[in-house]
Each structure stands twice: as C-alpha cells, then as structure tokens.
Design a protein around this ligand. Structure first.
Ligand code: PMP
Ligand code: GLN
Length: 378
C-alpha cells in the first residue's frame, strides 16, 4: 500500500512513555497529570450515566454544555459567541485541530506553523493534502520572528497555525503579538487555526489573549480547546472548536461524518460541573506553584531553565553538561538516571537540536522531588 504519511514515525510521546515503563523511570515526558482529577466531576458524570444519559448526543454537542461554554467564553473574552451556531464539541483538541485543517485545506495549500511545534500539526496538514511551511521561533526566548513570517507568505498560503500558551516552550503571545497576527491574517485573506488548549495554564500574572477577543481576527479563525487540560483528565479526550457561523457550517460537515458526536455522560457531567468557576480560574496559581517547585529543585543542577509562562511544560538546556544530541541525552536520562523527558528536536521538522529537553511539571510534589533527586546526579 502506498503510505499517505511516508515520513511519519511513532509519536515521541508514545516512544518516551514506553521507555519510561521499560526502565521504570519517572515520566516527565508526555504531558499528563499524575494526580487525581476532581471527585465532584466524576460524580457528575456518574449521575449522568445513572440518569440514562447514555445514547448519542447532539452532533454539535450537548446543548446545555454548549450554552455553558458560551457563557464562559463570553464572560472571559467579552464577546457574544452563539452556542447554537459557533461551538462544536469534539473528541479532543487534536481532533478539533485536524477537523479545522480538513475544512479549509485544498491540495497544495500552504499552512504556516511555528517550530518547535506540537507533533500532530505536520501530519495533520500533510494528510489533508497541504504543504507545511515551518518557521522557527527565535531561540532561546522563543519569540515570533515577524519579518520571517511576512516573507514566508505566498499566493498559496491558506492558513497560519498558532498556539498560545505554547507547547513545548511555554511561550505566551501578548496583545501586540495578536494584533500583528491579525494584520497579517486579514491583509492576506488567510485563515487562522488557534490552538488554545492551555488557556487557563498561564503564569506570572500574564493574561491569555484568546483570538476570540479580537472580532476581526476571530472572523477568520477556528479556535480549539481541550477539557483534558482544564479538568485534569487527558484520557477523556474531549474538547471543542469555536468559530464564526459561516466557518462552523463547513466545519460541521467534516465533523458530522467523522465522529458524528461525542461521549454523552461526560458532556452532561462537565456541563453541570462548569458552574464551579473557581475550578478553572484557580489553575494558573495551581500550576505556577508546580513550575516554581521544579525550578527550585533543579536550581542546583547544571540544567539551565529556559523560562515558561504557560502550559504543562518548562524547558531546560543541558549544554553545560554535554554536546551529545538531545535524543541521546534523553535516552541516557531514562536508562541511566531514571527520568523520562522529551528531546526538543522532536518538535522540529529538521530535528533542530539546541541541546534542550522539555520537562512536564503537571505532577505531584513527590514525583517532582523524586525526579529532581535523580537529576541531581548529573
Ligand atoms: N494541542 C496541544 C498544544 C497539546 O499539547 C495538546 C495535548 N495533547 C492538544 C492540542 C490536544 O489535546 P487533546 O488531548 O484534547 O487532543
Ligand atoms: N500534549 C501532550 C504532550 O505534549 C501529549 C499528547 C499525546 O500524547 N498525544 O506531551
């Protein structure tokens, strides 16, 4: 059979998690919490199942959940999203992004992404017949090189994918960044796919600049979210896409004959639980404390922190320790030091290696302490 994705191998997250199991290592690689999710939310889902909410949900998502989402979005981002026409619930954020690509890409269309990039974007674009145009964020502060972006735009450019707070770097886009992006998207008649799955995981008093806050830009955007990050349940694989009605109409054609609908009891349970606003509004402080704790624990090691302002992740340079490649350093860490991490080169199409590893701090204090004790031996 002719492969549709000939150059794509196994995801680095699967590779590193398998190695962590094989070598009985502490897993700071793949991004997921190792602490329990909320009992109250589990109870809401259980109640929904017991009450018979077990059949197909509405194809666009349980109406009550979409109403609650619209209320939340409208109050956080001062807008007027319509739950009937502008929100679709999806089986996860990755699927929400894939469907946006499927909705807009025609064969040969170019899509610009920023690297390091979350690993699903390139295969998603390629699979949909698009051509990936990668632009490297400026190392080491991972800022957006605006002039490079402007010169990368051609007649074939269809869309830009952006991600804030950013995985894997923790970079957070500012209002000025969004305004620059808006100018570029609108003046070139592009679409924007905005990956905002870490909207609440933002630190140091920074504010999440959702594209939804900018009506001109939102008019050309698909904005993607994940409940997995917000409610500590990455295994639930539930998310949603927000887009203006004319774009959402086409998006729903793709969704209708792919997933059709998503897990009903979880949608009902989340809709009920969403009334507890503190649960998501407190996430920034909750995760910032974890980021800072890991920083403190690693301060006495030769690893040099490259500060993150958002997401589950912070990166560390190991350039002071060795010149070996980040892949071989990550392999050494998992096999000999008992800690799994992600080599940053995995997030570049050309395996750019700045001698940096990504660590996930969405862990119990005891896990962070145990991992740091291993890394102290470096
Ligand atoms: N985008 C980014 C940047 C992510 O880190 C993740 C987490 N896996 C996703 C999208 C997808 O989230 P989900 O697990 O809901 O598909
Ligand atoms: N988003 C997670 C990460 O970046 C993992 C998602 C996955 O395993 N596909 O680590």
């Amino acid at each position: 059979m002719q492969s549709k994705l000939p150059y794509i191998g196994t995801s680095i997250f699967t590779v590193m998690s398998q190695l962590a199991i094989k070598y009985n290592a502490i897993n700071l690689g793949q991004g997921f919490p190792d602490f329990p999710m909320s009992d109250a939310l589990i109870d809401c889902v259980t109640e929904a199942m017991k009450a018979g909410g077990n059949q197909y949900a509405h194809t666009n998502g349980v109406p009550l959940l979409r109403e609650r989402l619209a209320e939340k979005i409208n109050s956080l981002y001062a807008t007027n999203i319509n739950p009937e026409t502008e929100i679709t619930v999806t089986p996860g954020g990755t699927y929400a992004i894939f469907s946006a690509f499927s909705t807009i890409i025609q064969p040969g269309d170019e899509v610009i992404i920023f690297e390091p990039a979350y690993d699903s974007y390139i295969p998603n674009i390629t699979f949909n017949g698009g051509v990936v145009v990668p632009i490297a964020l400026t190392y080491p502060n991972y800022s957006i090189p605006w002039d490079t972006l402007k010169t990368a735009i051609t007649k074939k450019t269809k869309a830009i994918l952006m991600n804030t707070p950013h995985n894997p770097t923790g970079m957070v886009m500012t209002k000025e960044d969004i305004l620059q992006l808006q100018e570029i998207v609108l003046s070139n008649n592009l679409y924007l796919i905005s990956d905002e799955v870490y909207e609440h995981l933002i630190y140091d008093d920074k504010k999440h600049e959702s594209v939804i806050k900018y009506p001109g830009l939102f008019a050309r955007s698909f904005v993607c979210f994940s409940f997995g990050k917000t409610y500590h349940c990455t295994g639930w694989k539930l998310g949603y896409c927000v887009a203006p009605e004319n774009l959402m109409k086409e998006y729903r054609k793709v969704h209708q004959f792919n997933a059709f609908s998503c897990d009903t009891p979880k949608q009902l349970g989340i809709a009920k639980h969403m009334l507890d606003k503190e649960d998501y509004l407190s996430l920034g402080n909750f995760y910032q404390a974890k980021r800072d704790y890991l920083r403190k624990l690693l301060a006495s090691t030769p690893l040099k922190c490259i500060p993150s302002s958002g997401s589950y992740f912070e990166s560390y340079s190991y350039a002071a320790i060795t010149h070996e490649s980040d892949k071989s350093f990550a392999e050494k860490l998992v096999k000999e030091y008992g800690v799994a991490v992600i080599p940053m080169s995995a997030f570049y199409h050309d395996a750019t290696d700045n001698k940096v590893i990504r660590l996930c701090f969405a862990k119990k204090e005891a896990t962070l302490e145990a991992a740091a004790a291993c890394l102290q031996k470096l």
